[in-house]
Design a protein around this ligand. Structure first.
Ligand SMILES: NC(=O)c1ccc[n+]([C@@H]2O[C@H](COP(=O)([O-])OP(=O)(O)OC[C@H]3O[C@@H](n4cnc5c(N)ncnc54)[C@H](O)[C@@H]3O)[C@@H](O)[C@H]2O)c1
Ligand SMILES: [Zn+2]
Ligand SMILES: [Zn+2]
Length: 345
């Protein structure tokens, strides 16, 4: 089968690889129909994710059809259409019992990281019963690809951890797919203001269409000043970091209001300064989270009832044999205006 393989920092190739086999009774082999590329795949290619070794097939998002189900799989049979969670859950360990699937002792974020991922014609999914979700007939599969990772990530790590409340002021630093997913799902709670910050005017325009009440291009280095003016010097109740670099986490520290929350989503590959000398008396909280994907069933319903339309995030479509072009398009979003790219296997 064809697969996109990580070969080491800044190196990747579309290669011919053997089709995966059932390795444990609870495994399923899924034939991928649609997958996508995540900002985290770009972090892997920058060398930021030490657990992902050269030779790994990338990708942790997608929808597909059950090709084979191991003898212990009871929820799915060949031919069933499924949504793949980016996080694998055994359903039985202490962390899974606490719904902290991201820290499942034998699962977690392993797809496209420590085991082969979804940017291929087929993928092996461990613990299929608890790591896959059935797709109802008639559902829009492209929209559902956004539920493997980015919607639950924006919602769980940004909106829920950031304690977004009715009437609150929220800033989201980073208007990439994850920041935009946080923007879409923050509106479940009716905050009074959602201010989006990015360097890319196109992405900020998209943010306005998605419901941002104000946008700030931080390229001039004056984002803090501008935001403080907008909020009458208070800052924001929730500052969501959706980039994953020191500058943006430091920006969040400068704009959080007393009593506020900094909710980090970004994957960080470098150390970041924590300015406790500024923050010790401000009654703030800082949260970090690897997405658990526990909200996938809830998000499924909000998509089904058209409360949110994640398809708005899809800008480009490619066939699997053009996945290198898809990476180019996704990695150079300022020029290509790309948000999420769909790859059809
Ligand atoms: N915690 C988790 O479980 C989890 C899950 C998925 C993704 N992530 C992470 O979330 C982050 C965002 O993902 P994405 O797919 O949206 O990535 P992306 O690279 O598409 O988007 C990042 C955005 O940040 C903007 N940006 C870059 N530098 C900036 C700066 N100095 N100031 C303001 N904006 C700046 C870019 O213009 C871009 O729009 C990544 O770090 C990704 O790895 C975390
Ligand atoms: Zn991801
Ligand atoms: Zn577990």
């Amino acid at each position: 089968m064809k697969a996109l393989v990580y070969l080491g920092p800044a190196e990747k190739a579309l290669q011919e690889r053997p089709k995966p086999q059932i390795a444990a009774p609870s495994d399923a082999i899924v034939k991928i129909t649609k997958t996508t590329i995540c900002g985290t795949d770009l972090h892997i290619l920058k060398g930021d994710v030490a657990t992902c070794k050269p030779g790994r097939i990338l990708g942790h998002e997608g929808v597909g059809i059950i090709d084979q189900a191991g003898p212990a799989v009871t929820a799915f049979k060949p031919g069933d259409r499924v949504l793949i969670s980016c996080v694998t859950a055994c359903g039985k360990c202490d962390y899974c019992r606490k719904q902290m699937y991201s820290h499942c002792t034998t699962g977690g974020w392993i797809l496209g990281n420590t085991i082969d991922g979804t940017q291929a014609e087929f993928v092996r999914i461990p613990y299929a019963d608890t790591s896959l979700y059935p797709i109802p007939s008639g559902a829009d599969e492209e929209a559902l690809v956004m539920l493997s990772d980015i919607l639950p990530t924006g919602f769980e790590c940004g909106v829920l951890n950031g304690k977004v409340q009715p009437g609150n002021t929220v800033a989201i630093v980073g208007s990439g797919p994850i920041g935009l997913a946080a923007l879409l799902t923050a509106q479940f709670y009716s905050p009074a203001e959602i201010i989006m910050i990015d360097l890319d005017d196109n992405r900020l325009e998209v943010a306005k269409r998605f419901g941002a009440t104000a946008v700030i291009n931080s390229a001039d280095g004056k984002a803090v000043e501008t935001l403080m003016k907008m909020t009458a010097g208070r800052g924001v109740d929730t500052a969501i970091e959706a980039v994953g670099i020191p500058a943006t986490f430091e920006l969040c520290q400068e704009i959080v209001a007393p009593g506020g929350v900094i909710a980090n989503i970004g994957v960080h590959g470098k150390k970041v300064d924590l300015h406790l000398e500024q923050l010790w008396d401000r009654n703030i909280s800082i949260t970090t989270r690897l997405v658990d994907t526990v909200t996938i069933p809830m998000l499924f319903k909000t998509v089904g009832s058209h409360k949110i339309d994640p398809k708005l995030l899809i800008t480009h479509r490619f066939k699997l044999d053009k996945i290198l072009d898809a990476y180019e398009t996704f990695a150079h979003a300022a020029g290509s205006k790309a948000l999420k790219v769909i790859i059809e296997a």
